[in-house]
Design a protein around this ligand. Structure first.
Ligand SMILES: C[S@@+](CC[C@H](N)C(=O)[O-])C[C@H]1O[C@@H](n2cnc3c(N)ncnc32)[C@H](O)[C@@H]1O
Length: 384
């Protein structure tokens, strides 16, 4: 496959392949997304929204942030400790932070006054946008990395929307009962070729620990960065919740035979493809999240499992239907347009079922929170 995209980045990737002979697909993906100044997320280019490559829920309507703010208000009361920290990881353009902060400031001023809102973001381009958008909220700060927190120093909520799907993943294949990892090498000057190497112990251990038995012939992803990250969060949290919103499945569903090519996809100008080696540095590459892994490795690191639901149930529990009813009553053009957008948040074919919400907690008694009250436990798709 011919490499296309940002030439400077391609040269750097080729240099590294020439030096090492072959590199894991994961490292290629990491460079394509996060190489300083040249990667998809680290370079100055519109990514999220109509002029970008994909939409996220925070972009759709302020109600997503408002309902989350209500959830944080409930958690604030439950924990009963000040200062209350809200840590958002991978906040993108900052819209969700904006809607949460605005709601807290106007409707729950006590919570706002006693909170610190900390953003952790890897993209300098997004940090710049966040700083401009959030300049009027006094309680906002930025940290470079989750590891900048002292151990057990966070009391509050650590949350993310579409973070883990943006992590670089190991690509693996099962052939005749054996697990291989996909590496990439060069054939000639500009053509990339995938080669297989025996998977390292860390990957086979992951599959074993999560009881994953892949169908023969399957190519799929293992997100070891997600495993490390949830454990880092666990270490930094003293008391409170971790709320992870993203698209994905329990591992029993993720590795079903009808997903023989896994879930890895590229997004470029709202079109998706499996052309990982094209538009390098100019397109998103993303995979579905294995929520069983977040639960399992979270538990090992001290995060208890609170519940797992989908976005539709979560938002409905938090009062989305009341918001829809109010808009319906208004019967004006703006309300009509918002109603249309809001349907995307809950309809199964939109984000309602595809997006899941995993809630974990540490040192909390009676941990069930409002967003989890009506859990869809009937289907295998929700058993972690
Ligand atoms: C798909 S975007 C989602 C943005 C936003 N949450 C939203 O809903 O629109 C993923 C974001 O996570 C950021 N990101 C990825 N890995 C990260 C990490 N390890 N730490 C902090 N931010 C990260 C990316 O730079 C990007 O801004």
């Amino acid at each position: 496959m011919e490499l296309t995209g940002r030439q400077e980045l391609i040269s750097i990737i080729k240099e590294r392949i020439k030096r090492e002979g072959a590199i894991p697909f994961r490292d290629f993906m990491d460079m394509a997304l996060y190489y300083p100044e040249l990667g998809y997320y680290t370079s100055p280019k519109e990514k999220i929204g109509g002029l970008g490559d994909f939409f996220t829920a925070s972009e759709l309507d302020k109600v997503f942030g408002e309902l989350l703010a209500k959830q944080f208000g409930e958690i604030y009361e439950k924990l009963g400790e000040k200062p209350f920290q809200i840590v958002e990881i991978g906040a993108g353009k900052g819209y969700l932070a904006h809607d949460i902060l605005k709601y807290l400031k106007e409707n729950l001023p006590q919570v706002y006054k006693n909170s610190r809102y900390i953003l952790i973001e890897k993209s300098p381009y997004h940090i710049q946008m966040q700083k401009a958008l959030l300049k009027d909220f006094e309680i906002v700060e930025w940290f470079q990395d989750i590891i900048d927190f002292e151990d057990e120093s966070i009391t509050g909520v650590v949350f993310s929307n579409e973070l883990f799907d943006a992590f670089p993943v190991h690509l693996i294949r099962k052939i005749n009962g054996k697990i291989y990892e996909v590496y990439i090498t060069l054939e000639g000057e500009n053509t990339v070729k995938e080669v297989l190497k025996e998977a390292p112990e860390e990957i086979t251990r992951y599959l074993k620990e999560l009881n994953i038995n892949l169908p023969d012939g399957m190519q799929t992803e293992v997100n070891l960065d997600a495993k490390d990250y949830i454990q880092k969060i666990a270490k930094k949290l003293k008391k409170g919740y971790v709320i992870t919103i993203d698209y994905g499945y329990p591992s029993a569903e993720l590795y079903k035979p009808y997903r023989m090519r896994g879930t890895l996809l590229c997004y470029h100008k709202h079109r998706y493809s499996e052309n990982y080696y094209q538009n390098i540095g100019m397109q998103d590459i993303t995979s579905h999240v294995n929520f069983s892994a977040l639960k399992y490795y979270g538990l090992i690191a001290g995060l208890d499992f609170t519940g797992f639901t989908d976005q539709a149930h979560f938002l409905t529990n938090l009062g989305l239907m009341e918001v829809l009813a109010e808009l319906q009553e208004r019967n004006d053009l703006e309300a009509f347009e918002r109603l249309n957008r809001l349907k995307t948040l809950v309809l199964p074919k939109g984000m309602g079922e595809k997006f899941k919400v995993l809630v974990q907690h540490k040192n909390v008694e009676n941990p069930i929170i409002k967003g989890l009250e009506m859990l869809p436990y009937t289907s295998d798709r929700y058993k972690l």
